[in-house]
Design a binder for this molecule. Structure first.
Ligand SMILES: [Mg+2]
Length: 256
């Protein structure tokens, strides 16, 4: 069922009251995959900040969010309402006279070396463009690199079978880490227990708002999708098909 208003039944969720905080995935939710967001999206987020805490929860690194969102949003008098949780929530940032790192769950040098080795061993017949992106708190494996076209990325592993098989191999080699199926062509590896769900729980404690009073908006809330890990936290969820629908969701949030 398509939900037009947060006071009516939305899928299998009753959203009887307005949420007290809104969390957003980035790729294919706030912006097209690996593209900057539209100006209208950033402006709408700015308006939403005047109403409630807003968080961007993404497997992307801090740098991309800093570049694409913060120049405009940090001019808002309500910037204190903005939380950035990059690298699958392995880090969190909040505003206090500038951006402050709330936490950073870095992997040790030795752990990162082990993870990189495991990826190299388990990624059989890897594409020559494959990349390992080491961001200290998260290691991302981009199976066809960063420069492939959106069409190629979309068609590379549409049923996740390649990434699921790689995850099985990596889980066996790296049982003490979290191996997450990421975007269309990526696997993300963090400390055990670190995923977007960790970020939802952390934000809930930080804001003293129960997960059930927050809404998480994402394009991959379906079973096996990289947003579905948040569901067990009890956060309300709002699936979207892409940025156009996300803008409508923000309008709905502003209207209630
Ligand atoms: Mg996404």
């Amino acid at each position: 069922m398509r939900c037009l208003n947060f006071s009516i039944r939305c899928g299998n969720l009753f959203l009887m009251t307005a949420p007290k905080a809104a969390l957003f995935d980035l790729d294919d939710t706030l912006a097209e995959s690996f593209q900057p967001p539209s100006t209208s999206m950033v402006e709408k987020l700015g308006v939403l900040l005047t109403k409630m805490p807003v968080a961007i929860v993404s497997a992307a690194g801090y740098g991309r969010i800093e570049r694409d969102f913060l120049p405009i949003l940090e001019k808002s008098p309500f910037v204190k309402n903005l939380y950035i949780l990059p690298n699958s929530s392995a880090q969190a940032y909040s505003w206090h006279d500038g951006w402050n790192e709330e936490y950073s769950l870095a992997l040790t040098h030795e752990e990162r070396h082990r993870i990189r080795e495991a990826i190299e061993k388990s990624a059989e017949n890897a594409d020559p463009r494959a990349l390992i992106l080491d961001r200290e708190v998260q290691i991302a494996y981009a199976a066809i690199g960063m420069e492939a076209s959106l069409e190629e990325k979309k068609s590379w592993d549409p049923d996740q079978s390649k990434r699921k098989a790689l995850k099985v191999r990596l889980d066996a080699m790296l049982p003490e880490f979290e191996v997450l199926i990421g975007g269309m062509t990526t696997i993300d590896i963090t400390r055990k227990g670190i995923s977007k769900a960790y970020g939802v729980r952390w934000l809930s404690e930080k804001l003293h708002i129960s997960p059930g009073d927050m809404v998480y908006v994402g394009d991959a809330l379906y079973e096996g999708g990289n947003d579905a890990v948040v569901i067990p936290t009890g956060v309300r969820t709002r699936p979207v098909s892409g940025p156009d629908e996300t803008e409508k969701v923000i309008d709905e949030l502003l209207a209630v």
